[in-house]
Ligand binder design. Structure first.
Ligand code: FHN
Length: 481
């Protein structure tokens, strides 16, 4: 909600920021030259209390739905009869499809099976608390009604509907939050938009069609910024999140600052660390991996696919098991992060059945055990997640983190939750007890039968029944003082 307090505060902060360029957080030797022009973002100027208020719902949510949906769902991984390697939404780039050829897809896009109600209900049944949808991906096609650029779902397709508007309406009705992914930097169909060479982020201007050539600042001023304005003003209480992606060196601090000035007008908005121009945003965004120890002191959100693609690919059946998805969620929560789990609807608007099935299964677990996830804090232990190898190295040459999957822990003011993946024989031993434990029970046990706690030589033993209550994760609750 945009309260008077927040609006007033933001204007004051903006004023203070422009008067005090020393608040800028650009590191290194360019600081002096950049700082003169740099707009300070709200994260750099707000009080800790305002920040906590702004991030409150997001920190409590823990689990969100990412939706990658666009024109790329029509080829669905196949172009000119060939299966194109790589992620589905990158097909234009990976197959070097000329701009005009790609744009013809719009006339075929008629996703009549799309139902905002069902998608929002699916997210809710999975226990997700927010949705982030691609409003424009790197292909430049807007999935919303845009007056700034005709290449959009309302003006250029036979569908003529605005799914972002329909989702916003449903999210409002069903009480779930909505955010917009927006590819601010890469745009493969707008002249001047950046284009990475696949797998090589150092080549931002990898154009395969002269129609892509142009001036980046001009692209930003004529398309990206006007579209961001539309997204920020046309959908009522949403978006609550803007999810930027793949910044290149084209996004200078000055250009990014123009976007920041716009974002600053929405003082409750949350935005990620992928704007570019040296802005850190609100959230770290590890992609397809869970950091060994989270990001202490930073909010973070791990985004992941269920199979190997974000945008729909008809032949990608490499779906993760429900066990993996649930363990990921619990692992992330135990490290203080959020899990943004992707679905990729097809060109008719249908969500792949395996994705629906997995989400329902995760939701079933959360319906019983959600208390151990939502609104909780990171583990008070740490060692249970695994350790760094003394011999193996990761891709960066640093000691490799080897996870172990016996248990994880999340924390509340008066409770410690232990999510047990492997069921101990007879009792669970806790070596170090950081708080006084006054009782124990299993979260899935409706009768809350107290479990016997015995003081061990070091730590405590909690007596457990012979069998786990859930084959994937059974939650042991310790009441604490
Ligand atoms: O290039 C994109 C990719 O298509 C997808 O949108 C992911 C989601 O985080 N982000 C980029 C790669 O980092």
């Amino acid at each position: 909600m945009k309260t008077r307090y927040h609006i007033t505060a933001s204007f004051l902060l903006l004023f203070a920021a422009s008067a005090l360029p020393c608040l800028a957080q650009v590191e290194g030797e360019h600081y002096e030259t950049i700082a003169k022009h740099r707009v300070a973002s709200i994260q750099e100027t707000e009080t800790a209390a305002h920040r906590d208020l702004r991030m409150k719902w997001w920190r409590e949510a823990r689990f969100g739905m990412f939706i990658h949906w666009g024109l790329y769902s029509i080829p669905a991984g196949t172009w000119d009869g060939k299966q194109i390697p790589g992620i589905g939404e990158w097909i234009m780039n990976n197959a070097s499809i000329p701009v005009d050829d790609y744009k013809t897809l719009a006339s075929q896009f008629n996703p009549t099976a799309f139902g905002a109600h069902d998608i929002v209900a699916l997210a809710k049944s999975a226990g997700m608390k927010y949705i982030v949808i691609t409003s424009k991906h790197h292909d430049g096609f807007a999935m919303f009604d845009s007056k700034a650029d005709r290449f959009n779902i309302v003006a250029a397709t036979p569908f003529h509907r605005d799914p972002i508007r329909e989702l916003a309406e449903e999210c409002r009705k069903q009480g779930i939050k909505l955010g917009f992914y927006y590819s601010q930097d890469q745009d493969w169909t707008a002249p001047g938009g950046a284009a990475y060479k696949t797998g090589n982020h150092d080549l931002p201007n990898h154009h395969w069609d002269p129609k892509q050539d142009g001036d980046f600042a001009n692209y930003l001023h004529t398309k990206a910024i006007p579209q961001l304005k539309e997204l920020l003003t046309n959908y009522g209480e949403f978006p609550v999140v803007i999810w930027f992606d793949t910044p290149t060196s084209d996004m200078t601090p000055e250009l990014a600052g123009e976007i920041v000035a716009l974002l600053n007008q929405h003082p409750n908005l949350i935005w990620n660390n992928r704007l570019g121009g040296g802005y850190k945003g609100d959230t770290e965004t590890p992609e397809q991996f869970i950091p060994a120890q989270g990001y202490p002191g930073r909010d973070w959100e791990a985004c992941m696919t269920m199979n190997d693609t974000w945008g729909y690919k008809s032949y990608d059946m490499n779906f993760k098991s429900t066990e993996t998805l649930l363990r990921n969620l619990i692992d992330i929560a135990s490290k203080g992060g959020n899990y943004l789990l992707n679905i990729g609807p097809d060109s008719k608007g249908n969500v792949p059945p395996t994705e629906i099935e997995r989400l329902h299964e995760v939701g079933k677990w959360l319906a019983v055990n959600g208390e151990a996830v939502y609104g909780t804090h990171a583990t008070l232990f740490g060692g249970e997640a695994g350790g760094f190898s003394t011999t193996e190295k990761d891709d960066e040459g640093k000691p490799k983190f080897i996870p172990t999957w016996n248990w994880r822990s999340t924390t509340d003011a008066n409770k410690i939750y232990i999510e047990l993946f492997t069921w101990p024989d007879g009792s669970f031993h806790l070596e170090k007890v950081p708080r006084q434990v006054t009782g124990a029970y299993l979260l899935a046990d409706k009768s809350r039968k107290p479990l016997k706690i015995t003081k061990a030589a070091s730590g405590i033993d909690v007596a457990l029944p012979g069998q786990a209550l859930d084959p994937i994760a059974t939650v042991l609750v310790l009441n604490t003082k």
